[in-house]
Design a binder for this molecule. Structure first.
Ligand code: F6P
Length: 303
């Protein structure tokens, strides 16, 4: 079998480690492999680049994706997918990406019988059937480090900080990092709370935190991007209510900073091991599946 590998959607640390593993495994099995530039956009354009172990030697340590990525609108059309299937010309496809990218892969398989296997990669950790997606661990480490730094300056001034992290539709990053960073509150879209309720509840958290019983020097509030109230407005409203506690409120939006950076050990490791399973599934004719990471059955391909 000839193989193609692409990365699609939002980049995630560890995507390169997966590409590297795929190329090395293909070389070991004597298989021809190409990298597809810029996700499904490059697939439609036939932007393929032959890859050898020499080409990918250092990339496992790099953040982002050396293949490039895109959110392709052309691939959402039947014509775009037909052209993508034609360009593949029977090659087996490894798709490394998030929900939208993996759904696109599934549709490509349904429409054209394209042999393909998906690998979950998205910092948001919003993909089913896997406890971790590639990129999540690095993103969490970045957030926790940022919160520790912010806490240093917050304690020096006895301040409240609202820290917003990525996660458009999913509050996992905010929730998991809140636990690890010792936050006082966590806001996520899934709770469905309205703005006034949030302001009331957070004001209580601030009063309690700085009150005589707790005697805190900083109050940390994690906020997922998906929460509709903008961070600057929330900060203004909390500031107005925090006067009594003589506290100052500041906001920091971490944004894309959370998505970049060298992958952690865990992201490199799960990327490598899931790639072994993905390629094995592809070669064994087990197509239209996604490989998942479950600590108790690591590397098993799950439909
Ligand atoms: O899908 C991952 C994600 O990081 C979301 O959390 C975020 O809302 C989005 O990507 C940002 O996408 P873009 O880089 O296209 O602005």
């Amino acid at each position: 079998m000839r193989v193609a590998v692409l990365t699609s959607g939002g980049d995630a640390p560890g995507m390169n480690a997966a590409v590297r593993a795929a190329v090395k495994l293909c070389a070991r099995e004597g298989l021809d492999i190409v990298g597809v530039k810029n996700g499904y956009e490059g697939l439609i354009d036939g932007a393929f680049e032959p890859l050898t172990p020499r080409d990918v030697d250092p990339i496992g340590a790099y953040g982002g994706t050396v293949l490039g990525s895109a959110r392709s609108t052309r691939f959402r059309t039947p014509e775009g997918r037909a052209e993508a299937a034609r360009q593949l010309d029977g090659r087996g496809l490894l798709v490394i990406g998030g929900n939208g990218s993996l759904t696109g892969a599934h549709i490509l398989h349904e429409e054209h019988g394209t042999p393909l296997v998906g690998l979950p990669a998205s910092i948001d950790n919003d993909i089913g059937c896997t406890s971790f997606a590639i990129g999540v661990d690095t993103a969490l480490n970045t957030i926790v480090e940022a919160c520790d730094r912010i806490s240093d300056t917050a304690r020096a001034h006895r301040r409240v900080f609202v820290v917003e992290v990525m996660g458009r539709h999913c509050g996992y990053l905010a929730m998991a990092s809140a636990v690890a960073a010792g936050a006082d509150a966590c806001l996520f879209r899934e709770s469905g709370k309205d703005e006034d309720t949030l302001v009331d509840e957070l004001s209580e958290v601030i009063d309690r935190g700085f009150g005589p019983e707790r005697g805190k020097q900083r109050v940390l509030i994690m906020k997922a991007e998906g929460v509709e109230v903008p961070t600057d407005r929330l900060v203004r409203r909390l500031q107005a209510r925090a006067e009594a506690a003589h506290a100052e409120v500041r906001g920091t939006v971490l944004g894309h900073l959370v998505r970049g950076g060298a992958p952690s050990y865990q992201d490199r490791m799960i990327a490598g091991r899931m790639t072994v399973s993905a390629l094995t599934a592809l070669l064994n004719g087990r197509h239209d599946v996604m490989v998942g990471w479950q600590p108790w059955e690591s590397g098993e391909a799950t439909a």
